[in-house]
Design a binder for this molecule. Sequence first.
Ligand code: NAP
Length: 254
Amino acid sequence: MILDKFSLAGKVALVTGANRGLGQGLALGLAEAGADIALVGRSEPTASVTRVEALGREAFTVPVDLASADPAALEGVVSEVIAHFGRLDILVNNAGIIRRQTAAEHSAENWADVLKVNLDASFFLAQAAGRAMLAQGSGKIIFIASMLSYQGGILVPGYTASKHAVAGLVKALANEWAAAGVNVNGIAPGYMATDNTAALRADPDRAESIGTRIPAARWGLPEDLQGAVVFLASAASDYVHGAIIPIDGGWLVR
Ligand code: NAP
């Protein structure tokens, strides 16, 4: 049955930044499809743990600040998840930050902070998870890209650079790992109503210009990503490698 291929029963997923926003929606989607969830981040994910458990799945929390964790610490996070569950099948590199400041004024601190969380931590977590998945002969790695993996954006040069780089990593890792049964893909959310976009939505001019440009005529919600993440995490996408799926209400085709 084709729907059986979408089941994640018996699988283990590691999701970063799953305490709120898109990461919470992604984790809940994976749990509803049957996966147990390792929630990795710097804040206690109390609400997400409760909701994962309410779906009948196990939630395991690993505290880490992705802005300061070095590659060895990130390898330790992956090892901790595998020690707890006995395996790791799915990695969702979701945690990310944005710093708004003109390119002319963009500080070295803003630049470094964004690259550290959005790019460095994502790569070294994927490297550590990838090693385990290569040894296992299977695995699914999903990066969260952005419209700014394709476009330049306004006031966010570091964020745009990080998300273009994430799109490149999806392709680079897919090329190396596809033949070994490890799928590396991405999801590019459009403009979603989370804390990440609170400043945009609070600015009447930007909110109006963005809102009226979205063909679907609304901002996205965390639940809008659940179908794609379950697809990319499941056997239904076994021949999908290096793809980035825009979930953007049509933004890119406008
Ligand atoms: P959000 O609501 O601001 O949530 C960000 C998540 O990342 C939080 O869980 C946060 O944890 C975590 N995080 C940030 N810095 C961290 C650190 N140093 N260590 C560990 N965790 C950290 O943002 P969101 O909208 O859900 O964004 C999630 C992902 O989607 C990001 O990669 C973002 O770039 C991407 N995205 C968002 C949109 C959008 O429109 N919202 C569009 C395209 C792509 P804390 O709660 O501890 O801060």
